[in-house]
Design a protein. Structure first.
Length: 241
């Protein structure tokens, strides 16, 4: 009879890319707390999920370090980061897991995890290749000429769709965050250069990401959000002229 696995594989499990030159040393993170053995299937599943969350946090922190050192390419970094963020969010969508996990900082303190780069990335909810422009230099004529008109149209439509949603009173996180994510991703496809008020898109993404799914913005926040994204849209349009 084959020996029983300690952990059941999950469809979201992270599969490391052995071709990467960066090494991730998990030995630095040692759990020193005494853990009570589980007795039921539900308890084992819960502990497995918490262990996966622990691994995601540690992996993301090492990935951020490797990216800063150019040990991984932008494409590899983005792929691994996006997959890790999806897995993190999928796990915490379960109320039982989320309740046991608590908050990110609370979980890190409980298990003595020092992962400041992972904390920043998880709070942003997106890879730095999307939230951070490659350069603060304005786009030149050759950049604009090489930009696809289809990409510009998609970015414009995403801005309009988001602003319309705010005007219609769709103010919860689960309504606004996906739409604003579309905005920053489509804008990044058009230009990786910084533009006026681009940072406000990122700041609102972080604000929305930290809210509960059903939590809504106040009327004052909605007016501020509308104004900030309007200004970002104008800044984006100026890069195209």
């Amino acid at each position: 009879m084959l020996p029983r696995q300690s952990y059941a594989p999950t469809p979201h499990s992270y599969v490391p890319n052995t071709a990467l030159s960066a090494s991730i040393n998990l030995d630095e993170y040692v759990i020193v707390q005494e853990v009570t053995l589980t007795t039921t299937r539900a308890e084992r599943d819960l502990q497995d999920s918490l262990a996966e969350l622990f691994s995601i946090i540690v992996t993301l922190d090492e990935l951020e370090k490797a990216f800063i050192k150019d040990a991984v390419s932008e494409a590899e970094y983005t792929e691994i980061c996006e997959r890790s963020l999806r897995q993190y969010n999928a796990l915490l969508a379960d109320e039982t897991i989320a309740r046991e996990f608590g908050g990110l900082e609370e979980f890190q303190a409980k298990w003595d995890i020092e992962a400041p780069r992972a904390t920043k990335r998880l709070q942003a909810g997106m890879p730095s290749t999307i939230t951070t422009p490659a350069s603060s230099a304005p786009a030149g004529p050759s950049d604009r000429n090489n930009t696809s008109g289809v990409l510009i149209l998609e970015a414009t439509q995403d801005f309009i769709t988001f602003l319309d949603a705010v005007k219609l009173g769709l103010l919860s996180k689960d309504q606004l965050h996906p739409l604003l994510s579309d905005v920053i991703q489509s804008v990044t496809k058009v230009t990786d250069k910084d533009f006026e008020n681009r940072g406000k898109i990122v700041q609102w993404l972080i604000t929305l990401h930290q809210m509960k799914a059903s939590e809504e913005l106040s009327g004052e926040q909605a007016r501020e959000l509308d104004m900030d994204i309007q200004q970002a849209y104008q800044g984006f349009r100026r890069t195209l002229t």
